[in-house]
Design a protein around this ligand. Structure first.
Ligand code: ZN
Length: 174
């Protein structure tokens, strides 16, 4: 029995209250995502929004990232603006109903939505793949922090269920 690799406790501040999780819809990783949340002592302390591609669709609403998208994907999904609005509406109601203080953005390896939406989604290495996911996740993290003043943590999960921290953005208290 092998042991999964998770980020060290020193890498980010573990949430003390409720959180919202933003993940992909990928069915291969449902159990792995839950295992990680349980490991972080978040059992029954999270709202969960699943969007195909996790953060990638929100890139279509940003000028600097929109050019990375296939024209047909932008047409088919109406430039993804309603995807982002749906996500933001769920963050707002999670704050109202459950007083969430943290957001977990969980990207994953071998994402079909990245292939479906982006012009170039062939990665020469794991590092390249991680870099691409980090770009979209961090951009979404910054948007969420600016709007909602929540602690945002971005992760990458591989298809074995190992988790790597991509970025952490705690709210700076005055
Ligand atoms: Zn995916």
């Amino acid at each position: 029995m092998s042991t999964l690799i998770y980020p060290s406790i020193t890498e980010y501040r573990l949430p003390k209250k409720n959180i919202i999780v933003i993940s992909c819809i990928d069915l291969r990783l449902t159990d792995d995502v839950l295992n990680f949340l349980h490991f972080d002592n978040l059992t029954n302390r999270y709202d969960h929004v699943a969007l195909a591609g996790t953060s990638v669709s929100t890139g279509a609403t940003r000028e600097e990232h929109k050019k990375l998208f296939k024209k047909e994907a932008l047409e088919q999904y109406d430039s993804f603006a309603h995807w982002k609005q749906c996500l933001y509406d769920h963050i707002a109601i999670a704050i109202a109903l459950h007083a969430i203080e943290d957001v977990y953005i969980i990207e994953h390896e071998d994402c079909g939505a990245y292939r479906a939406f982006l012009i170039d989604s062939t990665f020469a290495s794991w590092e390249e793949e991680v870099k691409c996911h980090k770009k979209f996740a961090v951009a979404l993290s910054k948007d969420i922090q600016a709007l909602y003043k929540l602690n945002v943590h971005c992760f990458m999960i591989d298809i074995r269920g190992n988790v790597k921290l991509l970025d952490t953005a705690p709210v700076i208290k005055p």
